[in-house]
Design a protein around this ligand. Structure first.
Ligand SMILES: Nc1ncnc2c1ncn2[C@@H]1O[C@H](COP(=O)(O)OP(=O)(O)O)[C@@H](O)[C@H]1O
Ligand SMILES: [Mg+2]
Length: 306
């Protein structure tokens, strides 16, 4: 399997202006690493504010002008600069965005899926894409306000799948959908992977991630804390998320993740961690070390300790 996407030590900060002309750098992503291969669905799981959308935007070269990025993003082995991302966006690399507001309210759905093209081939491809996602031909003539939330989401996927993408980044594509529609939506991403795409599926829902993904990547306070297979959750935070699921007893974890600006040295999860030891806070930085199923940012293997 070829790594289609490789993110290595990605950090991202924003220049912010405070009172007067004082500037400060607010770091929101730090040392974020992950890989996605062709044919794989990799789920990125994280609470709200953990940096999921910024990661998606960094990959697609859509970051705001006042942001500074360091680290590397490789696509098919070559650096994915914002310029290259822009050239590939909408064709080889597609984003299924978090909101449906990106649909143009004044343009019929068919024209949006075809990106304005009227060639017989584009019309045919558009009809096939609509059909594949359970949307009738009449959808072509509809305007976005005539679509239900679920239909709008399927239109976004149909748009993304038009050009046989090699990398699909889906930013929380399922909120507001009932469990059945969400599962069906996930089936569509699985099909794209089976057709050879690498799929990065971003969600705050661990349960959903575990049902669909080949690998999961967990974000905490802008950092990757683990990449692993769904059957081997190791990091104490991932395990806490799992124990908080209703079927596992609803064991909630007190506290919240630190916000950007509250990042300290050592492990960001230490204040909430059931297996934390003194050195977890003392180390300047916790390394992202390799395991037999992926990577973990924990000095102690959660699996052995809890
Ligand atoms: N343009 C920006 N300027 C400053 N901070 C930002 C900007 N965009 C996002 N952030 C901050 O970065 C963090 C991660 O945001 P985001 O990636 O949207 O989180 P998620 O998608 O996981 O909910 C949040 O704390 C958010 O407030
Ligand atoms: Mg988001």
């Amino acid at each position: 399997m070829q790594d289609i996407l490789r993110v290595e030590g990605l950090s991202l900060s924003f220049t912010q202006y405070t009172t007067g002309l004082h500037q400060r750098e607010l770091t929101v992503l730090h040392d974020l690493s992950l890989t996605v291969s062709s044919g794989q669905v990799v789920a990125v799981v994280g609470a709200s504010g953990s940096g999921k959308s910024l990661l998606a935007h960094a990959i697609l070269g859509l970051l705001p002008y006042n942001s500074h990025m360091s680290g590397r993003i490789l696509y098919a082995g070559q650096p994915l600069t914002p310029k290259r991302a822009q050239a590939l966006r909408g064709q080889e690399i597609v984003l299924v965005p978090q909101g449906t507001t990106c649909l143009d309210p004044l343009m019929q759905v068919g024209a949006q899926i075809r990106r304005g093209s009227r060639t017989a081939e584009a019309v045919q491809k558009c009809r096939e894409a609509l059909k594949r996602y359970g949307l009738g031909q009449e959808t072509e003539q509809m305007y976005p306000f005539e679509l239900s939330g679920g239909m709008a989401r399927r239109v976004l996927i149909a748009t993304a799948a038009m050009e046989r993408p090699r990398l699909v980044v889906a930013d929380e594509p399922t909120p507001g959908l009932d469990a059945r529609s969400a599962k069906r939506m996930l089936g569509h991403f699985r099909e794209l992977a089976e057709a050879g795409a690498a799929v990065l599926f971003i969600t705050h829902d661990l349960e959903l991630a575990l049902t669909v993904a080949d690998q999961i990547v967990v974000l905490y306070a802008g950092e990757t804390i683990e990449q692993t297979t769904p059957d081997r959750l190791r990091h104490p935070y991932t395990r806490a998320l799992w124990q908080a699921l209703p079927q596992n007893g609803f064991h909630t974890l007190p506290g919240t993740q630190p916000y950007p600006g509250e990042i300290t040295q050592g492990c960001q999860f230490a204040p909430r961690c059931p297996i934390c030891r003194a050195d977890c806070r003392k180390r300047a930085h916790i390394p992202y070390r390799q395991t037999d199923t992926g990577h973990i940012r924990c000095l102690y293997d959660g699996e052995d300790e809890t």
